[in-house]
Write a protein that binds this ligand. Structure first.
Ligand SMILES: *[C@@H]1O[C@H](CO)[C@@H](O)[C@H](O)[C@H]1NC(C)=O
Length: 367
């Protein structure tokens, strides 16, 4: 692939720049060297356009969080590469971009608030813009986290238009590449969208038994699976036979437990990319990053309790009308769909469910 070929060039250029440029002090060379196995996703900040809109984003500092005694020994070393391989960590991957930043910060906040062992969580942030690291650090001073640069060029040629423009953002596709981006010692990760809050101990989700499966997610077998793909897809037997011998059910890719060891072993990134290429050459679905996951994994996911993804609170993809909670217990609330709670709250036209998001919001300055 093209970006792999560009890799070595990038890396040597990065090293030269680090030596030459004083503006790269925030990106120590040691970090660049340690990160060499995924440097295809890293560019040095000097190449990233400055994000002016960040100037008007400010967040309050979250209150300190501590492990309960039951958590046992906790590592007190500073966060970073030194400790990312610690087997006691719960690894969570989430994207950070300016438009959804308020949501991502609220999601992190919610995880910390409901964890018995919040100091055992390690966050992996995927970004396509610079400066966000400082913002995360000032909002969550104790947080263990690492920021990875996801190069939009990796997916630029693979993305096709979809029903909603937000679904075409390159960062939406970063979840396809987690197994490559993250350190090989990270064997499992929980991927979370930016428009959700966790209202239960995430450790319960983390310890889900995936059996022989690679991906775990709540399944919705009553949803009409046909509608996620076009008539073209269903009428072309070479394509639709991918579901032969499977009982495919819809699942939402906003909350997934992923076995990265199996993902790497079976090369799922490539399989997803192959479907994106097919989509490029002849429309087989209308949504963004989700359908390729259905093509590869539907019928093969480890089912997780529905309480871990109460989705659809954003309303449908077009109108964003209010939706009620589904019946049953709730561990995670997800504003999937076009309406986002922070926008609706700001416009003074919130949906009833948005009141459940508001307590985790850290946007704004302290009174
Ligand atoms: C499922 O959706 C397809 C395509 O929109 C439609 O043709 C079909 O009638 C639907 N099936 C059911 C059971 O609603």
């Amino acid at each position: 692939m093209l970006w792999i070929m560009r890799l070595s060039g990038f890396f040597s250029a990065a090293m030269v720049m680090i030596v030459l440029s004083p503006s790269l002090q925030s990106f120590p060379p040691a970090e660049a060297i340690r990160s060499s196995h995924f440097d295809g996703y890293l560019r040095f900040p000097g190449q990233i356009p400055p994000v002016n809109s960040l100037n008007r984003l400010s967040f309050r500092k979250a209150s300190a969080f501590r492990n309960a005694e039951e958590c046992g020994f906790t590592d007190t070393r500073i966060s970073g590469e030194m400790t990312v391989c610690d087997p006691s960590f719960v690894h969570i991957a989430i994207t950070l971009d300016v438009e959804y930043l308020r949501g991502s910060i609220a999601a992190v906040h919610s995880v910390l608030q409901h964890s018995m062992c919040p100091e055992n969580t390690f966050f992996h942030f995927l970004v396509s813009e610079t400066n966000l690291e400082t913002l995360v650090r000032s909002t969550f001073p104790q947080l263990k986290f690492k920021v990875y640069y996801f190069d939009p060029e990796i997916v630029r040629n693979l993305i096709s238009t979809s029903v909603r423009q937000a679904l075409e953002q390159p960062l939406n596709y970063a979840r396809n590449y987690l197994a490559d981006i993250m350190e090989p010692c990270v064997r499992r990760v929980i991927y979370l969208d930016s428009d959700l809050v966790v209202v239960d101990d995430v450790a319960k989700l983390w310890t889900t038994d995936l059996g022989s499966r690679t991906v775990g997610a709540p399944e919705y077998c009553h949803a009409n699976f046909t509608k996620y793909f076009t008539a073209n897809f269903w009428s072309d037997k070479r394509l639709s036979s991918v579901f032969a011998g499977r009982k495919p059910c819809y699942f939402n890719t906003g909350v997934m437990v992923m076995d990265l060891v199996k993902w790497r072993r079976y090369g799922y990134t490539k399989r997803i990319e192959r479907w994106m290429e097919i989509q490029k050459n002849g429309r087989i679905y209308e949504l963004g990053s989700l359908p390729p996951f259905l093509l590869v994994f539907a019928g093969h996911v480890a089912p997780i309790e529905h309480r871990w993804n109460q989705h659809g609170l954003g309303g449908d993809n077009v109108k964003g009308s209010c939706r009620d909670l589904h019946p049953g217990p709730v561990s995670l609330l997800h504003w999937s769909g076009s309406g986002k709670p922070w926008l609706r709250l700001d416009s003074n036209r919130p949906c009833p469910s948005d009141a459940l998001w508001a307590p985790y919001d850290l946007y704004g300055t302290s009174p």
